[in-house]
Design a protein around this ligand. Sequence first.
Ligand SMILES: *Cc1c(COP(=O)(O)O)cnc(C)c1O
Length: 416
Amino acid sequence: MGHDHLPLHVDTQVIHAGQRPEPVTGAVMPPIFTSSTYAQRSPGEHTGFEYSRSHNPTRYALERMMARLEGSVLTESQDVTFGGFAFASGLAAMDCVLELLTAGDEVVCMDDVYGGTNRQFQRVKARSQGLKVRFADLTDTASLARAMTPKTSLVWLETPTNPTLKLVDLAAIATMAKKINPAALVVCDNTFCSPMNQSPLALGCDIAMHSATKYLGGHSDVVGGMLVTGNAELAGRLRFHQNAVGAVMGPFDAYLVLRGIKTLALRMQRHNDSGMAVARWLESRVGHGVQRVIYPGLASHPQHALAKRQMRGMGGMITFFIEGGLAEARAFLENTRLFTLAESLGGVESLIEHPAIMTHASVPPAMRQELGISDTLIRLSVGIEHVDDLIADLERALAAARGAGSAGTGRVRATV
Ligand SMILES: *Cc1c(COP(=O)(O)O)cnc(C)c1O
């Protein structure tokens, strides 16, 4: 009882959750412990740290922080990092989850997922582990019942999806998955939301997964991945596999991601605000160069009600279709000055990209077409610059694009 059990606001948690001063010096930020090994007093008698793949204090600090941000309440005696695990990349984190499965297992995966997720399932694990992966459009909860069987051991979710920003009702899907097979693992890639905007564990998922490369790091200067579970038994299995497979995050990277997380609350607030403003502006240009805008925060999003229920903020990711064809899309992408044409997302700087040619080139063309990842689809990652400057940049690029494709306008490259 008492106020010391009241949960702290998330703005406070991103600074303090799971953190403690370094015991020897009192350093407030964890030192970057580069040592690969640790001295023992007597064989097997050590400080809790033996070898850095298995134990690293800098990595622990990040893992404990993320565990708390994703809502794990595991104690240190249940799991030394409260169910948080850091990896060399988001895809290495995914790989660790798949190592929990047994050769030949059935998997159901959301149809529209990060290109590298699709590739790891289809071009690696289908062969090396014989996983039988079925892709389903889980925006329709009933489609899980059609795709899943009592033998399905993993349901892999991503919401909002990349790049078409479809939503999955996590609570409904997790409940249904457990009904069909209580032993099935439900995993949600929470990269697009970060723990600020969505809490998969609270909605019934077993594991929240992140590419720490994106919003967690937040400065486009580190590649990493995270897993969090609030289940002690599952934490034990993940801990075994993190060490046994070994794609751990290094101490420098752990320090950078932890440093990034200190400003996560501030940054996400700006990403959410500017994302909304840019999406609204783009929608105001429909019929004037923009064909359609997809953003969960817009009333025009088919799952807007679910977005308001499930997400605390709508994020900085926006997808839109430009009027015309590939020529217009190309002209637009070549003419932004603040939005950098680059893969990735979630950094302080705004990025723009063309999924069909760039991030989703590894998705088979037929599947791309089915998902609506067309030549006119453009994805924005709205950064934390002043939103008026960002909108002015898009306005200029849109003007340049409108002259690009159609013959006879005479306005190609007429400006600037
Ligand atoms: C980037 C990304 C990944 C992969 O993470 P890496 O750190 O690049 O390995 C997985 N899922 C989503 C949604 C991503 O954006």
